[in-house]
Design a binder for this molecule. Structure first.
Ligand code: ZN
Ligand code: ZN
Length: 354
């Protein structure tokens, strides 16, 4: 059996003909299996969606009650037979509810694997994250990987050290308001949780676009401490405080409500100084929800896969690395995936009425 007998890459996403589904399709399909709730992977309008409960809930929060014709929740480790294949969801460590989807041509057995297994990992990271289940390594024959930070220059730092940098700045400038640009699904909640882990107990303020998803994280048991909406807070009250906002809000008139605002941005792209300067970021925080070069290459090797399919990002560099390791590799030309930090839509801003 060839991998293409199970999954076929198409410009709209990988398709499983036997099982009658697409994974993270970028156009509307009858049946979608969705790895996580970021908008480039999770689109509204599919006939049926199979995903983790968290992914389904966050899609509902973003798109409304009727985001799909039908939905079905699946737990991590649970297997489901679809047509001629078995699918199993495993934690991807990217954001709350994020999953890698293993697709197998045979029924799972208790003994050694008996069929061809392809793992579509969606977006993933191996770095610790207090807001979601840790990445699970799933041995497979074909590993489908993202390539957002697939260049050797991308080496993320320890997130705790970046948070310490933020807290030093807050201590140094007690009269200023610190605005931390962070993507509203995942990154923002991780930054808050890291601040709490570092012992920061003061109220943390939220831009309106952050409220729904952040409250959902709290509902699901992620401890984030005292959170308050910026809306309604007086300018003087915001001195010395930390506020989380979408990155695009950093350059918005919205910032005028803060006393002498200082812009920080939590993103893997902050490795590039020019990028930080361009965006007017005074305090770049190198915190990413994607694996860096070392993470990607270590995980690819550890899966034991002999064949690697590479999606969105720096495909060429990763395909080249695979070739030097004797792995068969190909880029998948799927149109429509992006990086959430880059994508930070103005739509999320408009959720803030104030
Ligand atoms: Zn993502
Ligand atoms: Zn992605």
């Amino acid at each position: 059996m060839r991998p293409e007998d199970i999954l076929v890459p198409t410009p709209a996403g990988v398709c499983c003909k036997r099982g009658g589904f697409h994974i993270d399709p970028t156009r509307i399909v009858d049946r979608a299996l969705i790895t996580h709730a970021h908008s480039d992977h999770a689109r509204a309008g599919h006939g049926a969606v199979l995903a983790t409960q968290e992914t389904l809930d966050m899609m509902r929060l973003r798109y409304g009650e009727n985001f799909a014709g039908a939905t079905q929740a699946i737990r991590y480790g649970e297997s489901l037979s679809l047509g001629g294949v078995t699918v199993t969801f495993h934690p991807a460590g990217h954001v709350l509810g994020s999953a890698q989807i293993a697709v197998e041509a045979h029924e799972p057995s208790n003994g050694p694997r008996n069929g061809l297994r392809i793992v579509a990992s969606g977006d993933y990271k191996d770095a610790p994250d207090p807001t979601c289940a840790p990445f699970a390594l799933v041995p497979c024959d074909v590993f489908i990987t993202e390539a957002t930070f697939a260049l050797p220059v991308f080496r993320h730092r320890d997130a705790h050290a970046e948070i310490a940098k933020l807290l030093r700045s807050v201590a140094l400038f007690p009269e200023r308001a610190h605005l931390v640009g962070a993507y509203s699904l995942g990154k923002a909640q991780r930054v808050i949780a890291l601040l709490r882990q570092a012992g920061y107990a003061a109220p943390i303020y939220l831009h309106g676009a952050m409220e729904k998803i952040t409250n959902y994280y709290v509902e699901r048991g992620v401890a984030l401490g005292d959170l308050r909406p910026v809306r309604g807070a007086g300018k003087a009250d915001l001195a010395g405080t930390i506020t989380l906002c979408p990155p695009s809000a950093l350059n918005d008139v919205w910032t005028r409500r803060f006393p002498d605002p200082l812009a920080a941005f939590a993103s893997g792209w902050m490795r590039l100084r020019a990028r930080a300067r361009q965006q007017g970021v005074a305090l770049p925080l190198l915190i990413s929800d994607h694996a860096d070069w070392d993470g990607l290459t270590a995980i690819i090797a550890a899966t034991g896969a002999g064949e690697i399919w590479v999606t969105h990002g720096q495909e060429d560099a990763l395909v080249h690395w695979c070739a030097t390791r004797g792995l068969k590799a190909r880029p998948l030309d799927i149109i429509g995936y992006g990086d959430e930090d880059e994508a930070d839509s103005t739509a999320s801003n408009s959720e803030d009425p104030a």
